[in-house]
Write a new protein. Structure first.
Length: 118
């Protein structure tokens, strides 16, 4: 009976880990220039532009290191984290075709690779 219970527990744990792994976006490593941008509501966002290693030319920067972005504007950085695609068909993009919706990278780690973006 103990063997059967152990096997059932192991199978349940393996299934849970498999489901969790499918829900998480794969991590990407991207290199680019940190720039400051204005949002449609007048706020400030930080963007990784001139990106190397990604499928888009720019990404919105998010995650726990967001307080470091202002200090790293115009520096070349390498970031690692999962990438989330922007929602499609929202009210801002429908109202104004000039609204750009780049993917979001949820930064888990960052390092400065060059003091400027030149």
């Amino acid at each position: 009976m103990r063997y059967v219970t152990s096997m059932l527990t192991a199978c349940a744990l393996a299934g849970a880990v498999s489901v969790l792994a499918q829900e998480q976006a794969p991590k990407s490593t991207l290199t680019g220039c940190v720039v400051q941008a204005k949002t449609t509501d007048g706020g400030t966002a930080y963007v990784l532009s001139k990106v190397e290693g990604g499928s888009a030319p720019m990404y919105v920067l998010g995650g726990s290191t967001s307080s470091d972005w202002a200090a790293n504007v115009n520096k070349k950085v390498e970031v690692t984290g999962p990438v989330q695609q922007p929602p499609s068909g929202d009210k801002d993009s429908a109202a104004d075709s000039k609204v750009l919706r780049p993917p979001l990278v949820v930064v888990e780690s960052m390092k400065v690779v060059a003091p400027s973006c030149s």
